[in-house]
Design a protein around this ligand. Structure first.
Ligand code: PMV
Length: 347
């Protein structure tokens, strides 16, 4: 076959317990386990057209297009990702790749586009390698998740619907540092939960996640943070199994604030949240204590606030968003998503 073509759509994800800091050994292995929900409605769709070459290549040959435009600025990250999988992916040795990706949310809006993007790329490449070699991976999802991790750590959790755990924990045998694993033992009422992403700042981040993770390498708080993350995992898994909403809320909010605390407490301190991030958090706390509704916030490595809530109360909660939170959002913008969606192959 001279030409292979494959398309996958993959959701982004939002972590409840955060991955922040890498192990010293290995490539892109997490210092602590993390857990996330996929964001069903915030996705990347990626197509790879692989064309057979006449010669054997010595490095991956590709071009990358985002939303219909060539993006040379993304090439170094993709080239370094393809170098990491080169030895295992013989399809790269004899094919040129034309990679076309698009997101259904604005790039630079502070949504983890690399999680959705590398998730979709991992699926496409694992599929191409299977087709090219004629050998099926024993566990296709685990393999796609493993290579997605080599592009962007948090991307490996986008490959499973519902909740995914990345990082080995004693409580669950199948968990691994190499790839994420689906976590299904949670109370069914969490299937109703949604995420409303309040766009506080749509600019590019001043400090990348790569630089952020590196700040944990020489940081006197790092070991305490990893220990706290282990406790958070235990608390969160119990809360989600038993539908213990106060414990869920407490753990998720504490994790979000610890993530930003680590940025402020590193050797090169920095702040990614903005005054409006704090204003929104205070409004959420006020509204929760007066309404007693099941909602909480989490943060990514950026200024946007993710408002997580039980969809059973959607009307009241979206009223609260429209009436009280919009003034703090950039251009009054927010994006809503169901949680738990699964990647799909597009025929
Ligand atoms: O995947 P990276 O290297 O961009 O790391 C991002 C980590 C956070 O999004 C801040 C937290 C997480 O667990 O998703």
């Amino acid at each position: 076959m001279n030409k292979l073509e494959i398309t996958y759509k993959c959701p982004s994800n939002i972590a409840l317990v955060k991955y922040w800091g890498k192990k010293a050994e290995g490539i892109q292995l997490p210092a602590n386990a993390s857990i996330s929900f996929t964001l069903t409605d915030l996705c990347a769709t990626t197509t790879i057209q692989a064309t057979k070459t006449n010669e054997i290549l010595t490095e991956a040959a590709f071009i990358f297009e985002l939303d219909g435009k060539l993006k040379p600025s993304f090439e170094p990250k993709i080239a370094s990702f393809l170098r990491r999988i080169w030895n295992d992916y013989s399809v790269l040795h004899t094919h040129r790749l034309y990679i076309k990706s698009s997101n259904n949310f604005p790039h630079g809006a502070g949504i983890a586009s690399s999680a959705a993007g590398f998730g979709a790329l991992g699926l496409c490449l694992a599929h191409l390698q299977q087709e090219f070699s004629g050998n099926a991976f024993t566990d296709f999802n685990a393999e796609a998740s493993r290579i997605a991790r080599l592009g962007s750590g948090s991307a490996c959790r986008s490959l499973y619907g519902g909740l995914a755990i990345w990082g080995e924990i004693q409580e669950i045998l199948e968990t691994s540092d190499e790839h994420a694993t689906a976590f299904t033992q949670y109370h069914h009422e969490f299937n109703r939960w949604k995420d409303c992403v309040l766009l506080v700042d749509e600019g590019e981040k001043s400090v990348s996640s790569t630089q952020g993770h590196a700040q944990l390498d020489n940081n006197m708080y790092a070991q305490a943070r990893y220990q706290a993350a282990r406790l958070s995992m235990q608390k969160l898994l119990k809360a989600m199994q038993g539908n213990n909403i106060p414990q869920f809320i407490n753990t998720v909010e504490s994790e979000a604030l610890q993530l930003h605390a680590m940025m402020m407490a590193g050797p090169m301190p920095y702040i990614l949240f903005k005054p409006n991030t704090v204003a929104i958090i205070e409004k959420i706390w006020e509204f929760r204590s007066s309404s007693l509704l099941p909602l909480c916030f989490t943060l990514d490595a950026g200024a946007n606030v993710h408002l997580l809530y039980d969809g059973a109360h959607e009307k009241e909660i979206l009223n609260f968003v429209e009436n009280q939170l919009l003034p703090y959002c950039s251009k009054n913008k927010y994006l809503c998503s169901a949680l738990g969606g699964t990647p799909t192959q597009i025929k």
